[in-house]
Design a protein around this ligand. Structure first.
Ligand code: ATP
Length: 323
């Protein structure tokens, strides 16, 4: 291994810069030249591939987003696009690639690896925490902290006016952000795609909160919930209980930005380092994660086929503590 390329792909997540930095610095430690590929597969196809210096990754560990930029690239879905990417890898004599992204990124890498046999390893970079083969993904903890900070502020105003707030959080079709943040902010209810939402049950819960003289009520709604988004659910609640002063906040992309938390910086640093070590040890076509605080390796084929399961203990805890 003389040259390794690194890119970020799919949705950005806080901590991606810390991961790139760890890849680059580990390369230098092993006398390998690190190459930054800009905008994910798009840059691989366009040949936007540049040698990185140690200085390029100075002062980035604390920054959100990704300085290599990220993109979604339709051309990589085509054989022609992937051939172009292969030609560029050969042109730059890259011996291995570190791809930081989500399951789409790993699906592309898996297909590419089968076609062209270029050593690829993946790092889980997504705030959604839905990837199989790792307990935590890069960006998840920071997103959680962002949600918590925002909802704490909403709680202040909700308390002052005895209001019900429905707060919609990200996570696509998974409820990790909603469940953990809901527990952390003491939400009265948490609605997630993994469990069926019944509006009657939600209303009963809210009414019991009113009877218990709660000053405010917060319902965390995962964006992928089966009953709809926070606006739709608020409407359904209002139809059943017109006396509720229900307000809606959709947190949106604020959850994807910001300086990465300590947990994300350390996770990204460990994974970036492990990615280079894996390529040096001829481990390829797999995602590197952390399971029980140990580095773990999951073949792309497995990582993209399964989804991480929600911890049902946390579901029970949320239920008990919301009374
Ligand atoms: P996030 O979880 O943040 O959305 P992701 O990696 O899942 O991240 P996607 O947009 O799904 O994001 O995938 C990133 C890129 O991977 C796509 O833009 C595309 O270039 C490539 N890709 C995804 N699926 C495939 C596929 N089936 N074949 C080839 N390339 C793919």
């Amino acid at each position: 291994m003389k040259k390794i390329g690194v890119f970020t792909s799919g949705g950005d997540a806080p901590g991606m810069n810390a991961a790139i930095r760890a890849v680059v610095r580990t390369c230098f430690y092993n006398n390998i030249e690190p190459y930054g590929i800009y905008e994910g597969y798009k840059g691989l196809i366009a040949g936007e591939i540049y040698l990185l210096t140690s200085k390029d990754v100075g002062n980035v560990i604390q920054r959100g987003g990704t300085f290599l930029k990220s993109a979604r690239c339709k051309e990589f879905h085509t054989k022609k696009g992937r051939q172009q990417a292969y030609d560029n890898i050969k042109k730059h004599e890259l011996d291995g690639i570190v791809a930081i992204g989500g399951d789409g990124t790993f699906t592309g890498a898996n297909i590419f690896n089968r076609e062209f046999n270029i050593p690829f390893v993946g790092l889980p970079g997504t705030i959604d925490n839905d990837l199989f083969g790792t307990d935590y993904t890069i960006g998840y903890d920071t997103a959680l902290n962002t949600v918590i900070e925002a909802v704490d502020k909403i709680r202040d105003t909700a308390n002052s006016h005895n209001r019900l707030f429905l707060v919609e959080v990200m996570g696509r079709d998974a409820g990790f952000i909603a469940l953990r943040s809901g527990i952390a902010v003491g939400a009265e209810a948490i609605l997630i795609p993994e469990t069926q939402t019944y509006i009657n049950e939600l209303v009963a819960k809210l009414e019991s909160g009113t009877k218990n003289h709660k000053n405010s009520m917060i319902v965390i709604v995962a964006e992928g919930d089966d009953a709809g988004g926070a606006y739709e659910i608020a409407e359904q609640v209002k139809q059943k209980c017109p006396n509720y002063d229900a307000r809606v906040t959709v947190l949106g992309h604020i959850q994807r930005g910001g300086s990465p938390s300590a947990l994300d910086r350390v996770l990204a640093s460990r994974l970036g380092n492990a990615a280079v070590d894996a390529l040096l040890a001829n481990k390829t076509n797999l995602m590197i994660g952390v399971v029980n605080n140990q580095i773990s390796y999951t073949p792309f084929s497995k990582a993209i086929k399964h989804h991480q399961k929600l911890n049902t203990d946390l579901l029970d805890l949320a239920e008990i503590l919301s009374y």
